[in-house]
Design a protein around this ligand. Sequence first.
Ligand code: ATP
Ligand code: MG
Length: 571
Amino acid sequence: MLLSDLLPHTLREAPAEAEVPSHRLMIRAGLIRRHAAGIYSWLPIGLRVLRKAERIVREEMERIGAVELLMPCVQPAELWHESGRWQKYGPELLRMTDRREREFCFGPTHEEIITDLIRNVVSSHRQLPLTLFQIQTKFRDEVRPRFGIMRAREFLMKDAYSFHLDEDTLAETYTRMREAYERILERIGLDYRVVEADNGAIGGNSSHEFHVLADAGEDTIVYAPQGQYAANLELARAQAPEGERPAPGAELEHVPTPNARTIPEVAKLLKIPAERCVKTLIVQGSEAAAVALVLRGDHELNHIKAARLAEVASPLVLLDAEAVEALGGLKFGSIGPVGLEMPVIADRDAAILSDFCCGANKPGEHYIGVNWDRDVDEPAVADLRLAREGDTSPDGQGTLAFARGIEVGHVFELGTRYSEAMGAVAQDDHGAERPLSMGCYGFGVSRVVAAAIEQSHDKRGIIWPAAIAPFDILVVPVGHGRSADMLGAAERLHDELEQAGFEVVLDDRALRPGVMFKDAELLGIPHRLVLSERSLEQGMVEYRARTAESNEDIPRERIADFLRERMHPPE
Ligand code: ATP
Ligand code: MG
């Protein structure tokens, strides 16, 4: 192919709003162009990359027996009313009205549509289990679209759904889907972690996320480098404290703490380590108006874990100063569990403390020498805190480290959440009608392209992993503006390599060599061949891998074999 036909559009500078390398490089290399927040065109070279990622995803879905279909982008509101999500989904759902005043949304995901389809076409266990997938444009009106196509509003997702009458085949499909995702990420050549995940608003049982490790990742992944454990920080279990709570050793004492409101201030004033102080957060209860959550002073609340407790409202609502004041004059900075009239839940590390310090529920006053049971009722105990780097892994193998991750895939066991709400049933082998169990499996096809760039670039540009590179080879004739021979030689080389089965692009833009070389590095095509007057005379071609620092002269007649060996080195 000729580069000039592919709408090349390279830029020296990235737009100011591009914060992360993949966004800057995708714009600068002319792979994508923005039209509005989170809404992009894919230019021809970019689209080749996207299509390659798509092909890998499709092949791996088909390998595990999933079958492709295509559902509509625009979905009728009635189905979302049936599932209960028309209300629940919130402003991320792009809603619209047709000329007859009927309501629709642009699909952010397709559980409702697929359940509607399946309830109408599947009626017997003989048709099950069944796994279907599509690769399609989704729209989510993200609060903060950013990072280019990494967190876009319109993006390309592979979404798969499986249907079962028994839990065994659901578990089997779930496992095979996990393996397929691992193969996809390995084929693209990415460093990733599979982590335990929150199943969020969709609800259900098992859930795992696939994270590509990169500094630009929006999620914090907690993992044990020496062990198996990996989880999203949102969900990561904390290490349980060891041993028993020591017996009370001090008397309860009331101490003035004027001007000390935060844990560090109180700890400093009273000369007590933060680990012996507790903090008390007041959140909305699921039944009670307020629930107190008590943590050790040096620990942070994990909002997701807290919201999962039956007593606590989900999503978590931290009461503000006014709401807290309405609970008998409590004030931030002096709240503590002693004498507090509401359910109290303590993190395991706070529950094991004795002789601790806490707010006295009066401004400017604290207690020291506080003991559970003696001074405060034994609290309910739960895992409430955020895991920390260096904690022992919850499975006991090694210590936890943190890394940033980009979520590229997510698999869920949904169970009967949608089939019960929407009446998707089938007859089992005894002739009884039962709701279908479902799994759903999302993969960010467009996002994985950005994730690949995050993991593979340098200051000069993109370094495409071979599997998704827009082309294998870039041919750059230098000085061809001056010589017809040169362009002819470049065309012959291009044609020959294409015949040999390579994907080749010829930079036929009569630009200065320096500009063409800069663009070559920016575009990141793995193998570059330069033809110059000198090399032509000598019967040579200058070869350089995108990752190499210098050229190699390769005899013109050996070039196809040479490239073949480079791309597919013998085992
Ligand atoms: P996130 O936590 O990043 O918002 P999500 O958990 O809402 O993602 P899912 O509903 O699990 O996303 O969607 C499946 C996959 O779709 C994600 O793993 C991700 O790769 C991709 N995806 C989700 N939202 C976006 C987006 N705004 N832009 C690009 N890709 C996205
Ligand atoms: Mg997700």
